[in-house]
Design a protein around this ligand. Structure first.
Ligand code: ZN
Length: 286
């Protein structure tokens, strides 16, 4: 079961893949939400409700072509740095004993097959394959044992990063280095949490032009999803639609010998077991 936002002939709509076919949930009934985030707010996200909606919805012949990010306007995008042991080591940093949290601006979100635009003010743009958690139930001070009840689903994400901004600007501009427009590819769809019983055991990889650059498993996360939700919600209320980028494995471009930064014409893929493959091509800014 996959939920995605797409651009239909008359505007944004939600498609659902269920029992081998794509259906258009938004055109089933004029009161239906036209994006996944509004579906989560309306609590349409359980497998039972989705299956029910699918039975009355018109079929789409094929997978929609103009795919939008599954969550386009989250209140927050929260990210975790150095959350895979081997990645902390490759970047020359010590293994954190508490999660290292930062943010990306939501204006950087793009969908599957949208272009990553290289800004003219950076020549060190890098890729980071990440499991992204979509929050489906509001909460503060969430216990680790109840954390997965607050998850609506999972997506593939690419935490695109301008390393020269992130590491070399005065004071280290993590927020800006990770927030250029198009620097948060997300998708292609959201897989409902009920269909991913163990987010802590998923193979994850990135490829550039078909060559595997990162290859790991979410069982290597230093802080698993449950602990991250517990830690972050001790500070702020998690809202429906908030996104959590859970960190990237080793193999990023900046840590390679020689470094491998993104260039126009590259194609980056992030593949996560049970979730799918998010693909984006890279272009120069105009
Ligand atoms: Zn990252």
């Amino acid at each position: 079961m996959r939920l995605l936002n797409f651009l239909d002939v008359d505007g944004p709509a939600v498609a659902l893949f269920f029992e081998g076919r794509w259906v258009n949930l938004s055109s089933a009934d004029p009161s239906m939400p036209t994006n996944v985030q509004d579906m989560l707010v309306a609590e349409y996200d359980s497998l039972g409700k989705l299956a029910n909606l699918a039975s009355g919805a018109p079929q789409l012949g094929t997978q929609p072509t103009h795919i939008l990010p599954p969550i386009a306007a989250p209140q927050k995008i929260i990210c975790v740095g150095l959350n895979y042991r081997a990645h902390a080591i490759e970047t020359g940093q010590s293994i954190p004993d508490e999660p290292l949290i930062f943010s990306k601006l939501s204006s950087s979100l793009i969908g599957h097959e949208a272009k990553i635009v290289l800004p003219s003010v950076s020549d060190q743009v890098d890729f980071e394959a990440e499991l992204v958690v979509v929050i489906g139930k509001r909460g503060r001070n969430i216990l680790a044992g109840q954390a997965l009840e607050h998850v609506a689903g999972y997506c593939c994400g690419n935490d695109v990063s301008a390393r020269d901004w992130q590491k070399r600007k005065p004071g280290r501009q993590w927020l800006l280095g990770k927030s250029f427009d198009t620097f948060a590819p997300l998708g292609p769809w959201m897989i409902p949490a009920d269909a991913v019983p163990d987010p802590g055991n998923l193979n994850i990889q990135s490829r550039v032009n078909g060559k595997t650059m990162q290859h790991s498993n979410t069982s290597d996360l230093i802080f698993p999803v449950e602990q991250l939700i517990c830690y972050i919600s001790s500070v702020c209320t998690l809202e429906v639609g908030d996104l959590l980028f859970t960190g990237t494995p080793s193999g990023v471009g900046v840590a390679r010998q020689p470094p491998r930064f993104l260039k126009p014409g590259d194609r980056v893929e992030v593949e996560i077991e049970q979730i799918g493959t998010l693909a984006n091509s890279v272009v120069a800014s105009e």
